[in-house]
Ligand binder design. Structure first.
Ligand SMILES: Cc1cc2nc3c(=O)[nH]c(=O)nc-3n(C[C@H](O)[C@H](O)[C@H](O)COP(=O)(O)O)c2cc1C
Ligand code: SF4
Ligand code: SF4
Length: 263
């Protein structure tokens, strides 16, 4: 099948998902149209055609896709458009996320060519899958995309593809209840450089006074601000965060999981 355009659509607050989607899209050796929805999910994305290929990547949040993306995906339109859904998770589990992402895309007119679950350094700290995706993860992503390229060369249209099946359950795992809003605190080491405000996907760190979170209830707890601050001045003080981080270090840091691909 002759693919004319490859589109790469990624949400990636701490950058691990982007490494995987960039690697996969790069294998198709054609001009790549990047749609980064980390910071802006309001812009119009053009409808996709039957000669496009869409690579979509999101991190796993609580075994699901990030809740704020559900509406965005419902605004996409494919026309029997080939698509490669990818989820990236922090070495705990991806649960229903890949199934959910694939379901959403199929509902919008996309045909799943192949899909993958990859591992990225956990947002909650580099003790959990630190440095991933590493060289061997990126090699696995490259091999996955090469396998798909050969598979797609052998078909005439997207409708020739057999349906793929993914792990996960219907109904999907329930999202946890919102609870009391919490967001990072800022220590006295802050020098007001403003970097954290530029990397916040929700735009809730005040650009004039980066110690101030304008809407704590919208915080994703994505840790982009915490990981990017050059002074280590953004800190998560919530008891829930500390407890869960302890759980992850105790249970998900020793055994390193491997990418899982579906072709
Ligand atoms: C709110 C939140 C929930 C998360 N839930 C999970 C999860 O259910 N399973 C898991 O293995 N990792 C989980 N993670 C870790 C991320 O999926 C992982 O670090 C991913 O690589 C982050 O992607 P990014 O670098 O593109 O932001 C969670 C992270 C956050 C911030
Ligand atoms: S990145 Fe760190 S030092 Fe810079 S403004 Fe934000 S909290 Fe302060
Ligand atoms: S304030 Fe919240 S949403 Fe914004 S970067 Fe920090 S953790 Fe992420």
């Amino acid at each position: 099948m002759n693919i004319k355009k490859v589109h790469c659509l990624t949400f990636s607050p701490t950058g691990t998902t982007r490494k995987i989607t960039d690697t996969i899209a790069g294998v198709f050796q054609t001009k790549i149209y990047n749609h980064d929805i980390t910071y802006d999910r309001t812009k119009d994305i053009p409808d996709f055609t039957s000669t496009d290929l869409l690579v979509v990547g999101v991190p796993v949040y609580g075994g699901r896709i990030p809740a704020l993306l559900e509406d965005f995906f419902c605004r996409l339109h494919g026309d029997h458009t080939l698509c490669i859904p990818v989820v990236v998770y922090g070495n705990r589990a991806f649960e229903d996320a890949l199934l959910e992402l694939s379901d959403l895309l199929k509902d919008q007119g996309f045909v799943i060519a192949g899909a993958g679950a990859f591992i990225g350094e956990h947002s909650y700290g580099n003790e959990i899958a630190g440095g991933r995706p590493n060289g061997s993860d990126l090699a696995a992503a490259t091999k996955f995309a090469e396998t798909l390229r050969i598979k797609l060369d052998g078909i005439a249209t997207a409708d020739d593809l057999e349906p793929l099946h993914f792990p996960g359950n219907h109904p999907y795992k329930e999202r946890s209840a919102p609870g009391i809003p919490w967001a990072p605190a800022t220590t006295d080491s802050c020098n007001n450089c403003g970097i954290c405000a530029t990397v916040c996907p929700m735009g809730i760190i005040d650009r004039d006074d980066p110690k101030k979170i304008t809407d704590p209830g919208s915080c994703l707890h994505c840790c982009a601000c915490v990981k990017t601050c050059p002074k280590n001045a953004k800190v998560m003080e919530s008891e829930f965060y500390k407890k869960f981080r302890g759980f992850l270090i105790a249970n998900c840091s020793e055994i390193q999981k491997n990418p899982e691909i579906f072709v």
